[in-house]
Design a protein around this ligand. Structure first.
Ligand code: PMP
Length: 395
């Protein structure tokens, strides 16, 4: 069966350019980057190159890039590391948003249990954080603000520069989870005023299990993983050299190809959405109409059970996700769909389609054909009626 993968926000394949760059570090150049002999030095040189590539991709300095095991660890570190460093200060307030990834939200809950007050900013129906709301909540106790650059479920891209500048003007530390934004949104941490930034390899055609945290040189942070003196004493553990090499190459390519990839993805994304809207009634497109990741299509189908839709598409070889892949298995509607105030009935019929640049119009035509048939079948057995559901973009 011809399989079609439409879940790039969950993970991507490792591109051949990236894999080729990584291979020697599994086989010939396997030294520990902390070793002082030639094997260690060549591994360390590879880390230097990777750091430089990542730094170039986001406008940082190489010595501001720290390797981690992925975005989850980077997000945990950004929040817990700052809280630990400033544990004796009076500043015990943190601001984030209601639509962050669980690796931020669960860490914030942990901070609440440690005595911090956390404000979870609401978003509008398109998923945007309001600067006025942010300003209203910033106060003399605020230690840091963490707002994601782009959302993994609905694709909305925040006004990060305006948010960062608002935060910086008040002398507060600003962190952004840019896991989904790298390669899709131009980021320059210095121009934008970002103090810390999270990124991950496997969302940008790099390997899994590797990520980075950018920490501006003037930001003080404590480690959360203790052990060796790696990563300037801030993150213990032998560095995943092949992973870091892969992440460096993936960042370089993602930023090199940002314009061409985004243009192609946007064209295909819009073709996909238009085709669905023309073919299937009672559908809502979630997220911001324009300020949205070029690969992201989050659709709510009225009178449809999303899990059933996802499984029936899977039987046809088509892979999509229900809400966030990270929260699959949860019975509750996703926190993001709740935050944009989607009705529970529409949230229950919501799937996320995230395309890659290899998608063709023929793939899209095939998927929409299958979608139409499956949605009809599911609607025929649904106890819901269109009157009970809420607003659609088409009827
Ligand atoms: N943040 C966002 C916005 C994400 O989409 C993800 C992955 N779903 C993560 C963090 C966690 O990434 P990782 O798998 O690298 O831990």
């Amino acid at each position: 069966m011809n399989r079609i993968y439409l879940d790039s926000a969950a993970s991507t394949f490792v591109s051949s350019e990236v894999l080729n760059e990584m291979m020697p570090y599994f086989t010939n150049m396997y030294g520990n980057s902390s070793s002082l002999h030639s094997f260690g030095r060549e591994a360390n040189d590879a880390l230097d190159t990777a750091r430089e590539r990542i730094a170039n991709a986001i406008g940082a300095k190489p010595n501001e890039i720290y390797f981690t095991s992925g975005a989850t660890e980077s997000n945990n570190w950004a929040l817990l590391g700052i809280a630990n460093f400033y544990k004796n200060s009076d500043k015990k307030h943190i601001i984030t948003s209601q639509i962050e990834h669980p690796s931020v939200l669960e860490t914030c809950k942990q901070l609440e249990s440690m005595g911090y007050k956390v404000t979870y900013l609401p978003v509008d129906s398109e998923g945007l954080v309001s600067i006025a709301e942010l300003l209203h909540n910033l106060n003399n106790d605020t230690l840091m603000v963490s707002i994601m650059s782009a959302n993994n479920e609905i694709g909305t891209i925040q006004n990060i520069k305006a948010i960062a500048q608002t935060v910086k003007e008040r002398g507060v530390i600003f962190h952004t989870d840019a896991t989904q934004a790298i390669g899709a949104v131009n980021i320059n941490v210095k121009e934008m005023g970002i103090d810390m930034l999270t990124l991950s390899g496997h969302k940008i055609n790099g390997p899994k299990g590797i990520g980075a945290l950018y920490i501006a040189n003037n930001v003080n942070i404590s480690p959360i993983i203790f052990g060796g003196h790696q990563e300037r004493g801030l993150r213990g553990g032998t560095v995943n050299v092949p992973g870091a090499v892969g992440l460096g190459k993936a960042c370089e390519i993602a930023c090199r190809d940002i314009i061409i990839n985004s243009q192609k993805l946007r064209r295909m994304r819009d073709y996909f959405v238009d085709k669905v809207m023309e073919t299937i009634p009672y559908v809502k497109l979630n997220g911001h109409k324009f300020q949205r990741l070029p690969n992201s299509i989050c659709l709510s189908f009225g009178m449809v059970e999303a899990e059933a839709l996802m499984m029936m598409l899977d039987l046809e070889g088509i892979a999509v996700s229900v809400g966030s892949a990270c929260s699959t298995g949860a019975v509750e509607p996703s926190h993001v769909l709740k935050a944009i105030k989607l009705s529970p009935e529409l949230a229950a019929g919501t799937i996320r389609i995230t395309i890659s640049k290899s998608i063709t119009k023929e793939d899209i035509d095939f998927v929409v054909e299958k979608l139409e048939v499956i949605v009809k079948k599911l609607r025929a057995i649904s106890p819901l009626t269109k009157a009970s559901i809420g607003e659609f973009d088409n009827v």
